[in-house]
Design a binder for this molecule. Structure first.
Ligand code: GLU
Length: 291
């Protein structure tokens, strides 16, 4: 099977060490397999995506030598494909319009499916939800790091596919794009693991092939918290010595044991060595105290 991998950042802020590590792992896995590596900008939620951030991310990837194949794909340009997928789900009885507000079902752990037989308040703005109680159950897959995974999507609830404000939800967009781009391998952080059952359910509902999944260990900061924009992860360096050092550090955080002598080496040389030596088995030995 030919390999197509991808890095799919949401341009809500520049890359930080955690997202750089996810990009690097996905890049190394693809290049080690002599596969293609794509970049997709997940800009479906414009209020969360400040202008110019997507470009900042692309420049950061280039500075770290993570060059992609083909042109960059932007989710904000893909409305027609998401709409077609939603219509297919509706035809199959697997998606329905929902008028409920979060406040109305706040006493329930998950959305209780009140609008499954038709919206309770059709005059209100409507979201679209997936029927989690129909279709393939349970959802199972082999994660390349975490092993066998099994979830009952009905316990996760009817996920939103299109929001009341007319924006597409991440779950639908990611599944349509991964299929459209022929992605064979998803390598991403374990913080996205909870989304995978819905994505697998959607793939089955739309007759899309399932990619292989590798969920990476979460990268924790010195304070033991997940590195994220919310936790004010430090900005990535932009100077050459800083970039070289950070790349070496990122390889160490992926358990790849890059030779110490390489810590000041040129980015291209560090990456060549890391592509050759890439061993995802080593991800199993990283201890982060998190899944
Ligand atoms: N856009 C998502 C994020 O930045 C990642 C999507 C994915 O890798 O499936 O968290």
């Amino acid at each position: 099977m030919s390999y197509i991998g991808r890095f799919a950042p949401t341009p809500s802020g520049p890359l930080h060490l955690g997202s750089l590590i996810a990009a690097l792992a996905s890049f190394l896995d693809a290049r080690h397999a002599q596969g293609r590596w794509l970049v997709r900008i997940e800009d479906i939620d414009p209020p969360r995506c400040p202008a110019g951030t997507a470009n900042t991310i692309l420049r950061q990837l280039e500075a770290f030598g993570l060059t992609w194949d083909g042109s960059v794909h932007y989710q904000s340009e893909r409305h027609a494909d998401y709409q077609a997928a939603l219509e297919r789900l509706v035809e199959r009885g697997l998606a329905y319009p929902c008028s409920c507000s979060r406040k109305e079902w706040r006493r329930h752990a998950i959305y209780p499916g009140w609008c499954r037989q038709g919206p309770l308040h059709p005059e209100r703005p409507l979201a679209w939800r997936l029927r989690s109680d129909l279709g393939t159950r349970p959802i199972e897959w082999e994660d390349r790091r975490l092993g066998h995974q099994c979830f009952d999507p009905a316990e996760l609830g009817d996920v939103v596919l299109k929001r009341k404000d007319d924006f597409w939800a991440y779950q639908l967009a990611v599944v349509v794009d991964d299929a459209d781009q022929g992605v064979s391998d998803v390598v991403r952080g374990a913080d996205l693991l909870d989304n995978t059952p819905w994505q697998r359910q959607l793939q089955d509902a739309l007759d899309f092939p399932a990619p292989r999944y590798l969920h990476l260990p979460l990268v924790l900061g010195d304070n033991g918290q997940k590195l994220s924009k919310q936790n004010l992860a430090p900005a990535l360096p932009t100077d050459t010595p800083g970039i070289r050092h950070t790349l070496h550090h990122a390889l160490q955080r992926l358990g790849q044991q890059p030779p110490c002598a390489m810590s000041h080496a040129r980015v291209a040389d560090q990456l060549d060595a890391a592509i050759n030596a890439w061993n995802p088995e080593r991800l199993r030995h990283i201890t982060t105290g998190a899944p």
